[in-house]
Design a protein around this ligand. Structure first.
Ligand SMILES: Cc1cc2nc3c(=O)[nH]c(=O)nc-3n(C[C@H](O)[C@H](O)[C@H](O)COP(=O)(O)OP(=O)(O)OC[C@H]3O[C@@H](n4cnc5c(N)ncnc54)[C@H](O)[C@@H]3O)c2cc1C
Length: 323
């Protein structure tokens, strides 16, 4: 407001208006637009709202975010993502605005680098509570196991990409065979607030409670002997201060083999899109036709690409949004 901007709700950006020299001089929008998350592609199918053209005084800043919820576009970029996989992002995280920028010649950068949350659960919607219960709980004080073999398959504290790729490998070999993570109840959530624990346990769907390793095996369809052997081996690694998957020594603590246990199923959910529009240090969008800025077009936030590499570190996306 201080800078003379007017905030408009229910205004959908549809396209750019260019002058004869290719400068972005405005946008077409639809007012009173209603997003419809029941559509397969809101960008392509939703015709609501009244069309209007807006003239830009100085330029247009595109800040339409990432595309984690765009089922069609995300699958084209990374075929591992089935349509029924939920995202941690909001329903409006679609690729329509990004595609419009590509149409006028903006350079795409690393568009297929989609980050997944390896700590998410298929048993709740969106981001939910599981990411906290796993990251600050069972991943730290327990292990993750492939239910088909009863064996560990990753360093539970590796970077997001390494863990999500490991989970995807299992789910592509056997769709629906969600890996599990568990720790004994004494340790599992000891660093978490009562409020978070209650939120996670409250629904009765996210956290399974099992008295013994045999109960885990029965409930989640894991080979029991292999599971027991895995926990034994993990504890031996803890004692020797050497983990077979390279889990950090400071995070190694023994699992009480006698139980009881808290168990959470894992599903890598699309969380952030690292790729997008190529910009320069002035946030000008670079054209693939000239390798120079597209006059009048700027971009900021998750719609830009190339800043984070293949695996964005947690907490650093906010810097993208500073114009
Ligand atoms: C659950 C979760 C937790 C996160 N935690 C962190 C964290 O702790 N630290 C961190 O740094 N990052 C975090 N991130 C990432 C970070 O929040 C995002 O990258 C950042 O918020 C993106 O901001 P943005 O303004 O670019 O996009 P968004 O916040 O996605 O905003 C884009 C807006 O544009 C709208 N839009 C899209 N298309 C159109 C169109 N055609 N017309 C009109 N409007 C449109 C969208 O509906 C949306 O409102 C997290 C992300 C998620 C999902």
């Amino acid at each position: 407001k201080d800078k003379g901007c007017e905030l408009r709700r229910r205004a959908k950006f549809d396209d750019f208006v260019l002058d004869d020299d290719g400068r972005v001089v405005g946008v077409t929008i639809r007012e009173e637009y209603r997003f419809d998350d029941k559509l397969y592609s809101d960008d392509l199918e939703n015709t609501s709202g009244t069309k209007k053209t807006l003239k830009a005084n100085k330029g247009v800043v595109l800040a339409a975010g990432g595309f984690c919820r765009d089922k069609a576009f995300r699958k084209l970029q990374d075929p591992r993502i089935p349509d029924d996989v939920d995202s941690t992002n909001h329903p409006g995280a679609t690729a329509g605005a990004l595609l419009k920028a590509f149409e006028i010649g903006a350079y795409p950068v690393q568009v297929d680098w989609i980050q997944f949350g390896p700590w998410a659960s298929p048993d709740e919607k969106g981001f939910g509570t599981a990411p906290i219960l796993t990251q600050q709980g069972t991943f730290k004080y327990g292990i993750a196991v492939d239910i088909r073999t009863g064996k560990r398959f990753m360093n539970e504290l590796a970077d997001r990409k390494t863990r999500a790729d490991a989970e995807f490998k299992i789910l592509r070999e056997k769709p629906g065979a969600y890996p599990i993570t568990f720790a004994d109840t004494k340790m599992a959530f000891k660093d978490l607030s009562e409020e978070i624990i209650q939120k996670g346990m409250g629904s009765g769907k996210i956290v399974g409670e099992c008295a013994t390793l045999d109960d885990i095996a029965k409930k989640y369809g894991v080979p029991a002997d292999a599971l027991k052997e895995t926990v034994k081996k993990y504890n031996e690694g803890v004692k020797a201060k050497k983990d077979e998957f390279g889990k950090q020594e400071s995070a190694l603590s023994e699992i009480n083999e006698a139980g009881p246990f808290y168990v959470i199923r894992l599903s890598p959910k699309p969380h952030h899109t690292m790729g997008g529009l190529k910009i320069n240090t002035k946030a000008e969008v670079i054209s693939s036709k000239t390798n120079k800025p597209i006059p009048g077009l700027y971009a900021a936030g998750e719609i830009t690409g190339g800043t984070h590499g293949a695996s964005r570190l947690g907490t650093v996306a906010i810097t993208d949004c500073i114009v």
